[in-house]
Design a protein around this ligand. Structure first.
Ligand SMILES: Cc1cc2nc3c(=O)[nH]c(=O)nc-3n(C[C@H](O)[C@H](O)[C@H](O)COP(=O)(O)OP(=O)(O)OC[C@H]3O[C@@H](n4cnc5c(N)ncnc54)[C@H](O)[C@@H]3O)c2cc1C
Length: 409
């Protein structure tokens, strides 16, 4: 069985290894001069390779495609991946939130380990070779066409990734191959990224990191989610953990339908916050309101908050009216972030959307339209939250595709 794997990222390396150890003759084609350019930048260069949890828990962190992934994640679970990497000599450690990293804190060690598995299983690597087209005859795979050559293969596994961080080689080629084979594509959009905010109210807060705050997500005026944790304001708007999570939840919705509100004090109810404000006001009656708020808010957030409430920074606390106090309360709890749009693919950790799951067999990753054609990894319409869940999508689907492609029909 001759198998071609297109793309040498996490999914491609796993698929190539699984196919070769299943007895296939495997060639992995990578357009770059080496494998794993994206792996190299994962987890800030440390590679959060998976999440140490049971498949049932894992699937709760998948945003789209959870049902489709069930079979492949149970067949090749986070535990299976961790065992495989450790057998291959890569020592692992588990950090906060069950996030798994190499002990060396070097993402390149993950690639090395996977490459060693491939080499030992006899995978042949072809670098600097970009696949341009598939060769399909009578709904059956015949081979692939590169910039310089044509190759005949019984099976072809597409692992070309999505559109995020295109400088790593992931430029959406897999979508074109899928379309050539007649597959539907769910429009790819950036996910796990920062958000652009309107106006410039947030500029004074640029660089401000907030802990223990909440983001409330409204869709068409209805509150649908509330996320607690950390975020920061940036030169374009906002980013940080809860903003990334929010982006994954809203990325497929029209921007006009979305409203994001920041709760500066989620631990306090409206009533508790009002009592706190009244106490602070009583103790600081003759001071400027901006000074009085210092106990409650970081310095750089005071000016934007007061300006949103139309209160002068120098206004004395004893002259703040009841309605101004009420505006302050409202904005402390429900500060409209003036959401504009998501950041682009250049900065998105993953792509949401891709090859429609309807026409892919979830057990084998084989196309239901073209015999011998497989898709795995980020090219598929599956995505998850941060925490090692996205790489595990690549590993589980890559493993399923490789094992299936090695089988003779
Ligand atoms: C900054 C950043 C940090 C991240 N951190 C984490 C993390 O810590 N944990 C986690 O779980 N996930 C993380 N992710 C997400 C994760 O890296 C991806 O979901 C995963 O790597 C996707 O793997 P893949 O193999 O499907 O695709 P890719 O890694 O994108 O690999 C696709 C490969 O195919 C090659 N290719 C493309 N087209 C062709 C062609 N026509 N011919 C030949 N080769 C081609 C590309 O050069 C590339 O090497 C991060 C992503 C980014 C951008």
């Amino acid at each position: 069985m001759k198998v071609a794997v297109i793309g040498g990222g996490a999914a491609g390396l796993m698929a190539a290894y699984a196919a070769a150890s299943g007895g296939a003759t495997v060639t992995l084609f990578e357009r770059n001069e080496k494998c794993g350019k994206k792996i190299y930048i994962t987890g800030k260069g440390r590679c959060n390779v998976t999440n140490d949890c049971e498949p049932s828990e894992y699937l709760r962190h998948v945003v789209r495609g959870g049902k489709f992934l069930t079979s492949s994640v149970y067949s090749f679970s986070p535990r299976d991946l961790m065992d495989m990497l450790e057998r291959g000599g890569l020592k692992l450690k588990t950090e906060r939130g069950n996030r798994v990293f190499p002990v060396s804190d070097k993402a390149s060690d993950v690639t090395k380990c996977l490459e060693n598995y491939c080499k030992n299983a006899g995978v042949h690597f072809k670098f600097n070779e970009r696949i341009l087209k598939l060769d399909i005859l009578n709904s059956t795979m015949r081979g692939i066409i590169t910039e310089n050559d044509e190759f005949y293969f019984d099976k072809v596994i597409i692992c070309t990734g999505g559109l995020s961080y295109p400088s790593t080689g992931s430029t959406g080629d897999g979508y074109r191959f899928a379309e050539q084979a007649g597959h539907g594509i769910v429009s790819p959009v950036p996910s796990l990224c920062g958000v652009n905010l309107c106006g410039n109210y947030y500029k004074p807060m640029q660089g401000l990191a907030l802990k223990n705050v909440a983001i409330k997500i409204f869709r068409c005026g209805k509150k649908t989610d509330e996320l607690f944790g950390e975020m920061q304001f940036t030169h374009f708007g906002a980013s940080g953990p809860i903003i990334l999570t929010a982006s994954a939840l809203i990325c497929r919705e029209p921007a006009d339908d979305i409203k994001l509100e920041l709760d500066f004090k989620p631990a306090l109810s409206f009533e508790q916050l009002e009592a706190r404000l009244l106490r602070d006001f009583k103790e600081n009656q003759n001071r400027d309101i901006s000074n009085c708020l210092k106990a409650l808010l970081p310095l750089s957030a005071i000016e934007p908050l007061l300006s949103r409430c139309n209160i002068q920074q120098t206004k004395k606390v004893n002259s703040v009216t009841k309605s101004e106090r009420s505006a302050l309360l409202t904005n402390l709890k429900n500060f409209d972030m003036l959401f504009s749009s998501l950041r682009g693919f250049e900065e998105a950790v993953v792509t949401s959307g891709g090859v429609s799951l309807k026409e892919i067999n979830p057990k084998t990753m084989e196309s239901k339209l073209v015999k011998g054609l497989y898709f795995c990894g980020e090219v598929l319409d599956c995505d998850a939250f941060t925490g090692g869940f996205n790489l595990q999508i690549a590993f589980s689907t890559g493993y399923a595709a490789g094992c299936a492609a090695a089988k003779t029909d």
